[in-house]
Design a binder for this molecule. Structure first.
Ligand SMILES: Nc1ncnc2c1ncn2[C@@H]1O[C@H](COP(=O)(O)OP(=O)(O)OP(=O)(O)O)[C@@H](O)[C@H]1O
Ligand SMILES: [Mg+2]
Length: 357
């Protein structure tokens, strides 16, 4: 996506809010593998920022650099007003990090894990016990507190992980895929916890594979691809970057589907893919897609046109772009060459609008 179409939104008027996290020209390579190729970020205090990107895009690498676990090859980063290279101790004092892989020690109990964190944060014994009890309660781990953490389910371990991150009451937290592997209820509970943190003024830097999660939680979202920020903005801004929605027609009768496809000149169907996401061959899904902005006026003319063409689908759904579309459009294989992202559609030979009166 050329930078010219990236949203350059800035707060309308007024002073810029203080940045909790900022990076300029951040670079990191492993051998020939250029992971971060000049990343600029500015994350206002008290906001949720979501970093998206395919596996291996460099999300964890960015988190590790900003949380002082590894050093960058170039560029500058400030976290909580401190330079990560010049003053890593001050950065560490201000942040909490929940890594992609659990920091929980399975051999000791959940409570002991928490108390260990309290010790690391130099809390007094009484204070450590108080904070531990409070967090175990908040994360619904009181019952499990005295059991070895190795006996916890994945969701319980993840909750314990985040509870441990909060022991030092950090003002900035990094959550690297906090809900991966959680069931829908646990995920929603985690979202609630994150929202509560934010309402207390905490800044959250989140990486996620779940676009819905970014949509739900993040004030701003950046999509990392091929070492660069492919786009950055609010969920709504990102959705506006990609072509409009479509109407999906699904057929149960292959013959009806074939004739509709013929009318729609869908000649490449056997190899066409419904969407790059599902990878379902379009002929198996018996579905066709027609570009449409989903407005009442366009739908009416489309329906008129389908009637006049004798096409009767068993199901018609209107699809407006969501973050998944953005993700696939920006991180698809064709984006590296700068060509338009792949979105699959059937084209109506004569635009419905023209056919409709
Ligand atoms: N210590 C290392 N040595 C060599 N290469 C590394 C190292 N750490 C990460 N990489 C490489 O850097 C790239 C980015 O990895 P990173 O873990 O940051 O990706 P990610 O976006 O977090 O991916 P995922 O979604 O799978 O967690 C990958 O190609 C990875 O193989
Ligand atoms: Mg990662």
């Amino acid at each position: 996506m050329p930078s010219s179409v990236m949203p350059t939104s800035s707060p309308s008027g007024g002073p810029e809010p203080t940045a909790a996290i900022s990076t300029v020209g951040l670079r990191k390579s492993y051998g020939d593998n250029v992971v971060l190729d000049g990343i600029d970020l500015r994350i206002p205090a008290g906001s949720v920022f979501a970093l998206l990107g395919p596996n291996g895009a460099g999300k964890t690498t960015a988190v590790k650099i900003l949380s002082t676990l590894i050093t960058a090859d170039g560029g500058q980063s400030q976290v909580a007003g401190h330079d990560v290279v010049a003053d890593p101790q001050a950065v560490r004092a201000a942040i909490g990090v929940t890594g992609q892989f659990s920091a929980v020690d399975g051999l000791i109990t959940g409570e002991e894990n928490m108390l260990l964190m309290a010790d690391l944060h130099h809390l007094t014994r009484a204070e450590g016990r108080r904070v531990t009890a409070e967090l175990l309660e908040r994360f619904d781990l009181v019952e499990a507190a005295k059991k070895p953490a190795s006996t916890y389910s994945g969701g319980m371990k993840r909750r314990l992980d985040i509870a441990m991150t909060l022991v030092g009451a950090p003002r900035i937290i990094f959550l690297d895929e906090p809900t991966t592997g959680l069931d829908p209820r646990s995920r929603h509970n985690m979202w609630q916890i994150i929202r509560e943190l934010v309402s207390d003024g905490v800044t959250v830097f989140l990486t996620t594979q779940y676009l819905e999660e970014a949509d739900e939680l993040a004030d701003r979202i950046a999509v990392l691809n091929n070492g660069k920020i492919a786009a950055e903005g609010t969920a709504e801004e990102l959705k506006r970057l990609i072509p409009g929605g479509h109407v999906r027609l699904r057929f149960t009768d292959p013959a009806a589907y074939q004739s509709a496809a013929a009318v729609l000149r869908e000649v490449t169907l056997p190899h066409a893919r419904l969407r790059s996401r599902g990878g379902t061959p379009i002929d198996e899904a018996l579905a066709l897609q027609i570009p449409s902005d989903g407005t009442q006026r366009e739908l009416r003319s489309l329906l008129d046109w389908l009637d006049s063409a004798g096409i009767e689908a068993d199901e018609l759904t209107v699809h407006t772009p969501d973050l998944d579309d953005v993700f696939f459009a920006l991180t698809g294989p064709t984006t590296a060459t700068g060509t338009a992202p792949t979105t699959v559609t059937g084209t109506v030979p004569n635009q419905p609008k023209e056919n409709a009166r």
